[in-house]
Design a protein around this ligand. Sequence first.
Ligand code: FES
Length: 110
Amino acid sequence: MRGGSTVAATDWISVMDDASLPEGGMQPAYPRGLNVVMARVDGTAHAVSGACAHMGGPIFAGSLAVGVITCPCHDWRFDVRTGEFLDAPEVRLAVYPVRSENGKLFINLG
Ligand code: FES
């Protein structure tokens, strides 16, 4: 990235204040109308699809423990860092790159 510290507005989208995502917490976000869940694990913010890979259930309404999101609908479990469904890693949630700058979290939808 040119200049090394400035987020290019065309690639990265501000989704929330960095401080509003606590350790072990999840928050829904809707950059450009896309359903995304933000989660913080071991101090690092992650972004995954907010629609479950099973039947599209609301991932943000599930639980997060030890880096694993459990969907509230049928208890499918996903690693929030990779998006992988723990019982069949070939099934996964979309994962988006996240960065923090100037107190904001940005994601890259690619
Ligand atoms: S919709 Fe998520 S486990 Fe079924």
